[in-house]
Design a protein around this ligand. Structure first.
Ligand SMILES: *[C@@H]1O[C@H](CO)[C@@H](O)[C@H](O)[C@H]1NC(C)=O
Ligand SMILES: *[C@@H]1O[C@H](CO)[C@@H](O)[C@H](O)[C@H]1NC(C)=O
Ligand SMILES: *[C@@H]1O[C@H](CO)[C@@H](O)[C@H](O)[C@H]1NC(C)=O
Ligand SMILES: *[C@@H]1O[C@H](CO)[C@@H](O)[C@H](O)[C@H]1NC(C)=O
Ligand SMILES: *[C@@H]1O[C@H](CO)[C@@H](O)[C@H](O)[C@H]1NC(C)=O
Ligand SMILES: CC(=O)N[C@H]1CO[C@H](CO)[C@@H](O)[C@@H]1O
Length: 493
């Protein structure tokens, strides 16, 4: 590919940008941006609190990864548009039409009432064609899609609720694999399935959903031009005279070309996930995330579009809140995609309205934290030092130590520091139970904040546990019950 520098600072898209932004200014932009709400965290904010965050930040669209009852209950009456989802492990079952009908009845129709949940899409699977799945879902996806949309149609909601399949950008020959966007084609090993799916989506006027990750382009390829992952860089690609300045546009247009090759070049495309993680890799940090979003957001809210598709694109940011229990198989950054931290507090300035203001989003309100106490490695303790390594491994296998990696926020701790970090993460996940800060006598609880520099030793959210005092809340309650029982018995005599 050709990375020649941008020639002229004033391009057609700049002019479009200025015109569209002034339209936006006078008419008052409505944010069309959505967010992904994943729930793979050991400690969750109450769903009501998350929905309150949507309202406080004027977020009107959310994409889920399931159809959890508590989540749906909190969304009812909120007016937020929802994409509910069928996880990959249910795809096989959805191949049975009766099961698909049941699912639609229980997860969609049931919420379709006045002031219920405003369901707009059903996501059938999540990136089922990822090469990491070894093809396990390749022949299960289309039958599930077919059955779900057919069940929606039969239930009488198919006109306004559409089934779609969120797919990773690896279903087409993603740039920069020596491709120009206009040469885009779907992967040859799945071309049959993709053709069936695209034709069916078109027939039902349903959108194509794609997840685009400039961060992963950078992460997966050491010679990927760094600036091309962002929106303000100098790297460009020349596609027969059309100049691409960023991989997001290039990837999106590669999809448009792939659809075009199947005679559906006008199909609506939703970006189901896009974002930048803030920890767990040398390029995953707050500075890069801020740079990425401050380029992306104005383009989206001002309906700049891409060279092939000018105008509005429906986009869901990934993700809303950090998830400390996500699989780290793709990389340590997986647990750090949130624009909010695990406790619902904003990480960096973020202007949803795309006007480039250095304002923070409104964080979760009335968050309940556990006590201000940490677990630390105690080098003078009675424990046997030769057990230290095993205890660190144990702690990290059951909690999130991804910030310890090199280039991450806690990558510069010394050996004692990272033992303390591991012990504390485990202690917090275990709700600060006293037994969770022993580690064969190598650890001790402290009320001193042992965070170091940019490495934060967090306090988890949730009910404080009083386990380390000689009385605990629950044993006090039990004692009271026993006492009142005794008093009752005495009085009854
Ligand atoms: C895919 O195959 C690899 C290697 O054969 C294996 O390690 C991995 O567990 C498989 N993944 C799935 C989801 O089956
Ligand atoms: C999918 O393919 C596998 C073999 O690759 C086969 O065993 C299975 O029956 C197929 N399932 C369906 C629903 O066609
Ligand atoms: C510490 O543990 C090692 C191996 O488990 C053992 O050989 C050693 O005797 C122990 N040291 C003490 C002081 O208990
Ligand atoms: C802990 O710290 C040492 C440096 O003292 C480092 O070499 C090691 O990789 C760290 N361990 C982890 C799990 O990050
Ligand atoms: C602990 O200190 C760090 C860094 O100084 C700070 O960011 C964090 O908020 C503190 N934690 C608590 C619970 O006070
Ligand atoms: C809210 C609700 O009923 N969710 C259901 C959606 O479908 C799955 C699978 O059938 C159920 O397990 C959920 O309970």
């Amino acid at each position: 590919m050709n990375h020649r520098p941008k020639q002229s600072p004033i391009t057609n898209s700049t002019v479009v940008f200025i015109i569209v932004s002034s339209v936006c200014f006078f008419s008052g932009c409505v944010s069309g941006l959505g967010v992904n709400w994943g729930t793979m965290a050991t400690h969750q904010l109450p769903p009501k609190t998350v929905v309150e965050m949507f309202r406080d930040n004027n977020i009107q669209k959310v994409k889920l990864f399931d159809a959890d009852t508590n989540t749906m209950g909190a969304l009812a009456g909120s007016g937020v548009e929802v994409m509910v989802a069928i996880p990959n492990d249910l795809l096989k079952a959805m191949g049975n039409f009766q099961r698909a009908k049941d699912w639609v009845q229980r997860n969609v129709s049931r919420f379709n009432f006045n002031n219920g949940v405003k369901i707009k899409y059903v996501a059938v699977g999540n990136e089922p064609f990822l090469t990491a799945y070894n093809g396990s879902f390749i022949n299960l996806t289309y039958p599930a899609l077919f059955n779900i949309q057919t069940a929606l149609n039969e239930a009488g909601v198919g006109d306004f609720i559409k089934a779609t399949v969120p797919l990773n950008a690896d279903v087409y020959n993603s740039p920069p694999d020596n491709q120009v966007p206009s040469a885009g084609r779907f992967r040859s090993d799945i071309i049959q399935e993709m053709t069936q799916i695209v034709n069916f989506l078109a027939q039902n006027k349903a959108p194509f959903t794609v997840n685009i990750y400039p961060f992963l382009s950078l992460y997966l390829s050491s010679d990927f031009p760094f600036d091309y992952a962002f929106f303000d860089g100098q790297n460009t690609v020349n596609d027969n005279g059309v100049i691409y300045t960023n991989v997001f546009d290039a990837s999106f247009d590669t999809l448009v070309a792939s659809l075009n090759a199947l005679n559906h070049g006008d199909m609506e495309v939703i970006v189901g996930e896009v974002g930048w993680p803030t920890d767990g890799d040398k390029n995953a940090n707050v500075q890069n995330a801020e740079r990425f979003y401050s380029g992306l957001l104005p383009r989206l809210t001002n309906n700049v579009g891409t060279p092939m598709r000018k105008g509005y694109i429906e986009v869901y940011l990934f993700g809303f809140i950090d998830e400390d229990a996500k699989s780290v198989a793709p990389g340590n950054f997986e647990r750090h995609w949130g624009i909010f931290k695990f406790d619902g507090q904003p990480k960096f300035p973020f202007d949803f309205r795309g006007q480039g203001q250095k304002k923070f989003l409104t964080g979760a309100r009335n968050v309940q934290y556990m006590l201000n106490q940490w677990c630390m490695f105690n080098p003078n303790a009675r424990g046997n030092m030769s057990k230290l390594g095993d205890n660190i491994d144990y702690a990290c296998s059951l909690s999130d130590c991804t910030a310890l990696g090199s280039g991450s926020s806690c990558g510069n701790l010394d050996a004692n520091g990272n033992a303390s970090y591991a012990f504390n993460m485990y202690f917090q996940v275990q709700n600060q139970e006293a037994q969770a800060c022993d580690f064969e006598g190598l650890a001790t609880i402290t009320t001193r904040n042992i965070s170091q520099g940019q490495c934060n030793f967090p306090i988890q959210i949730g009910e404080p546990s009083f386990g380390h005092y000689d009385y605990s809340y629950s044993s006090m309650v039990r004692l009271c019950l026993v006492m009142s029982g005794l008093v009752f018995l005495l009085l009854a005599q």
